[in-house]
Write a new protein. Structure first.
Length: 237
């Protein structure tokens, strides 16, 4: 690194502190069509390994999947109510059973937490905040609930429905998997599972709330909110 010469008493370059290097912008990719789930997991694992080894930069990958269920590391067999309804994939992310399908925006976050405080609790809190701010941009009021994973909507009269799920995994302090926001999925598919193992509450979507947001608008809200929460402007691609 070069330093500008100054007029006056000489100062040893060794004593000068170089300016910190700017963090490279997070790359964003939007997958066309519906992405096969095993292929998505393979892609994430490959990218996370490359990030950990310094061969690739951080990435947020926006996808939709065909209708399916995934079983996280804490999934309980009794929470799979209808095993024949949709394909079921065991996955290494945290959490229990969840649904993915068309009309749901899945944001896979491959981020290097070594440069972000190496704090898992903070990271999950930031993912929650990201979703809450995204929903606010779209006209919905999402909230955390103590003891319940995900983001919730107060429907009134004591009813609360889940609108977004969170499930992550870390490898060498690089995250993968991520969040899923219900934009306009077929909510009837949730009948085949107990979503995230939480009974007594429902699920909802932006469309179910009367918000007709195209996926492009949702993506724009996700990107703007990401910049606020994670403190940087993502690169477009």
């Amino acid at each position: 690194m070069r330093f500008k010469r100054t007029v006056g008493p000489a100062v040893s370059q060794a004593r000068r502190k170089p300016r910190p290097e700017a963090r490279p912008a997070v790359e964003w990719l939007i997958a066309p069509g519906l992405v096969d789930y095993p292929a998505a997991v393979a892609f994430m694992e490959t990218r996370a390994r490359a990030i950990a080894e310094g061969r690739a930069g951080e990435l947020v990958w926006l996808v939709e999947h065909p209708p399916l269920y995934t079983a996280g590391t804490s999934a309980r067999r009794e929470d799979l109510i209808d095993a024949d309804r949709l394909p079921v994939f065991a996955t290494g992310r945290g959490g229990q059973y969840t649904y993915h399908g068309p009309g749901q925006r899945v944001a896979y976050t491959m981020l290097d937490l070594r440069g972000r405080g190496a704090d898992v609790r903070r990271f999950v809190h930031d993912l929650e905040e990201w979703l809450i701010r995204t929903l606010a941009r779209l006209g919905a009021r999402g909230a955390r609930r103590e003891g319940r994973v995900g983001i919730w909507i107060d429907r009134g009269n004591g009813r609360e429905d889940k609108i977004a799920a969170i499930g992550v995994r870390l490898r060498q302090w690089v995250s993968y998997h991520g969040v899923a926001l219900n934009v306009a999925p077929d909510l009837s598919h949730y009948a085949g599972i107990v979503p995230c193992g939480i009974r007594g509450h429902g699920v909802t979507s932006l469309r179910d709330l009367g918000i007709d947001a195209p996926m492009s608008q949702v993506d724009a809200a996700l990107r703007a909110s990401f910049a606020e929460v994670f403190g940087e402007t993502p690169s477009a691609r």
